[in-house]
Design a protein around this ligand. Sequence first.
Ligand code: NAP
Length: 288
Amino acid sequence: MIERLAIIGVGLIGGSLARALRAANAVGEVVGCGRSLDNLEKAHELGVIDRFTHDPGEAVAGADMIFLAVPLGAMRTVMAAIRQRLDTAAVITDGGSVKGSVVADALAVFGAMPPRLVPGHPIAGTECSGVEASFAELYAQRRVILTPLPETDPDALNRVTRMWETCGAEVTTMAVAHHDEVLAATSHLPHMLAFSLVDALAQMRENDEIFRYAAGGFRDFTRIASSDPVMWRDICIANREALSAMLARFGVEMTGLAESIRRGDGVHLLEIFERAKSARDRYVDSAP
Ligand code: NAP
């Protein structure tokens, strides 16, 4: 299906795409690109990529599919580096967690949205980074959201859709701003809660003791605070409007909850916990 795939950023997301397409026998050659030699050599050793380069322009030359899987803060530099080297028929897509910033980067670099660039976001991941964390099944039965624009070429959209379906994913489309609002609520806000909870506890004087007695609930809730700090700094900055609105709204909820606890308002507390439990139970029952 894909003759030459160029992966810019061979980490968890880029490496897993290459592995999944290889497992499905759906790709010819895979060219990897990144900064550190170590990660690229490891990717080659693991058979995730066939060859590598540090130069994004060289990586995309002759590629019919290009996947940008670098942190959001590096997208614009990478786009500028590949701009002059793209084949006219090449399809470009990305895995960035925020779509408004990727579209803004493309407009800044290309002057207009390239019809064969299809912004995308796999709703799959772990708290681990780098090619060694990647695995072929990451996208199986997971959602991938594509955010095409009016100028997006239907053939490019179709090729990217088929690529993700080949990895076992279910593809849906969404408007760019809507994607960023939904993800601010479902992914970015929970990460902020986990990071800030762990940081607040870590700064308390008795933190050794607090962590020593932390049990399973703490571990479950804070797993995502082990995610890559650079990636999350970039996500916050790229989605700052939607995320700060969501944090402000959540702040109001927390203040209300604290007030109910202070007043000992068991009726209100029970109301909140019952509503939350039934919403989560429904979500868990319907999740793939
Ligand atoms: P990752 O495992 O850290 O991989 C990112 C890769 O990009 C690294 O191998 C890194 O290698 C390379 N890189 C970083 N800066 C670069 C640059 N300037 N030029 C070229 N390569 C560069 O991160 P990831 O989890 O795969 O995330 C990649 C993208 O997917 C991000 O945009 C993120 O928002 C998105 N995403 C992540 C998840 C998740 O759960 N992790 C889920 C969905 C989407 P070097 O450091 O060696 O250059």
